[in-house]
Ligand binder design. Sequence first.
Ligand code: ZN
Ligand code: ZN
Length: 168
Amino acid sequence: MMEAEEIKPWLFQVEPLEGESISHFLGRFRLANDLTPSGLGQAAGLGGAIARWEKFRFNPPPSRQQLESLAVVVGVDTDRLEKMLPPAGVGMKMEPIRLCGACYGESPCHKIEWQFKETGGCGRHNLTLLSECPNCGARFKVPALWVDGWCHRCFTPFAEMVEHQKRI
Ligand SMILES: [Zn+2]
Ligand SMILES: [Zn+2]
């Protein structure tokens, strides 16, 4: 099998983080490579799909073939990309975008499981999830835009928001 870097030698690769959502991963990859959603869509032959996936719009769900095309461009295994998506039959909440500040402090990424309808809190820390900034009330942006790791309105770091999460 040909290595991805042999095919797209001009692109920087980004290592996926544990549990990372596709939106967050695509945002990091685009930032590292100075690509817009449509630019990446074009490079992968996926048209507007990148922009939809970054908003967790999975209707229709990403096909295996689409993920294979994306895998070549981002240099990440197709199976690994599938783990950034909801498993078959699991409902997604597109809004609000949710966050566990404790998780973010350990590994700075948005986790796909926070957007599952069935997820009631963080099972790792036994804490409720935040659905807005506890300091200013701003809704979180889509994770593809979580460049700085803080609230876009009041600049409270995501990791510090753990103080406002309740035990469950
Ligand atoms: Zn957590
Ligand atoms: Zn805020």
